[in-house]
Design a protein around this ligand. Structure first.
Ligand code: SF4
Length: 330
């Protein structure tokens, strides 16, 4: 590992100042960054440890929303009674990711910034535009079973690995950022960038900008919500496809729905086309399938991952069916 300086600022202003220097990186739980440093993918000159900053609480917002500090540990978030009751899909998403030990360390802010698990990204012998811009992408014609099928480019087809972010995308979460120019708020669905020609630029974060909180607006529909994750083994595996969904049905008609997908795109994928088709329509399996197929109509598949379009469609249908037939979403 390349030698680096370690600092632990006492307040947020000092942290932002320290991270504004070239080659600096924030350290939260370290469950992704330390791995990347060991592999030589990330080589910071300075690691700015922010774990002493006061962003480790979940607080109520007026009207029933929640403000989640960026340093709240994943396990604490999943166990929070308010999260479990108001946004069960969020608790389920967190508990479906990683292991208990990792969830005890990993933070909400770090989860937003975790990097892809595309195998070529970690292999210095392979071409990877995300690791070395302009070098090429060995995943395009290589082993691409886990690759994305929506929002991809000729430069990169890597899927975003987070479960938590998929639920946050469905819930209209807003990310609070603090930088040298002050505080700004960005919808979660705008926080991660699509790869285009610059897959190495993964978020809208400015240099030295710190994620300080994620806010969830009140969402009564989310009390009836579900996170369903399909993967190769039952635990400690990334999603092939995941669905975060909340549904409200009255008199057989869909009156409200929130839907986002994981494992299929370079960022958490809000299924806006499916939502548009669902609202006001019948709450039945045919309508769910039509909406899911419309959302996946733009899929661009590679040799090994064509199954993801059908799998995503089936998973959307199954999740909505469960929610509309009163299956226990918890
Ligand atoms: Fe790198 Fe993206 Fe290609 Fe994977 S898909 S090898 S991360 S450029």
């Amino acid at each position: 590992m390349k030698p680096f300086a370690y600092v632990k600022p006492a307040d947020v202003e000092a942290a932002i100042q320290a991270a504004a220097q070239p080659g600096a990186r924030f350290l939260g739980g370290g469950t992704n960054l330390v791995d990347l440093m060991r592999e030589g993918i990330e080589q910071p000159d300075t690691v700015v440890d922010v774990t002493g900053l006061p962003f480790d609480t979940v607080d109520d917002l007026p009207g029933g929303g929640l403000r989640i500090g960026a340093l709240v540990r994943n396990s604490a978030l999943a166990a929070d009674r308010r999260v479990r009751e108001r946004y069960p899909m969020l608790s389920q998403a967190v508990l479906s990711g990683a292991s208990a030990q990792l969830r005890n360390m990993a933070t909400v802010g770090g989860n937003l910034l975790q990097r892809t698990r595309c195998p070529y990204f970690y292999d210095h012998a392979s071409a990877c535009n995300k690791r070395e811009p302009g070098r090429g992408c060995d995943a395009l014609d290589g082993f691409n079973r886990g690759a994305a099928i929506l929002g991809v480019s000729a430069s990169c087809v890597a899927a975003h690995p987070s479960d938590l972010c998929v639920a946050l995308a469905a819930l209209d979460a807003v990310v609070e950022l603090r930088g040298q120019d002050g505080t700004r708020r960005v919808p979660l669905t705008d926080f991660h960038r699509l790869p285009g020609d610059t897959p190495e630029v993964e978020t809208v974060l400015a240099p030295g900008e710190l994620v300080t909180a994620v806010e969830l607006p009140p969402a009564p529909v989310a009390a009836n919500s579900r996170y369903r994750k399909v993967r190769d083994r039952a635990s400690y595996a990334f999603a092939l496809v995941s669905v975060a969904a909340a549904l409200e049905v009255r008199d057989g008609v869909v009156t409200d729905v929130c839907l986002a997908l994981g494992g299929v795109a370079p960022r958490p994928w809000r299924a806006t086309e499916a939502e548009r088709l669902l609202v006001g329509g019948p709450a039945d399996e045919s309508a769910y399938r039509r909406a899911a197929e419309a959302e996946l109509a733009g899929a661009s598949t590679r040799r090994d991952n064509a199954f993801k379009a059908a799998l995503a469609t089936a998973t959307i249908v199954a999740t909505l069916r469960e929610l509309s037939t009163g299956g226990d979403p918890r």
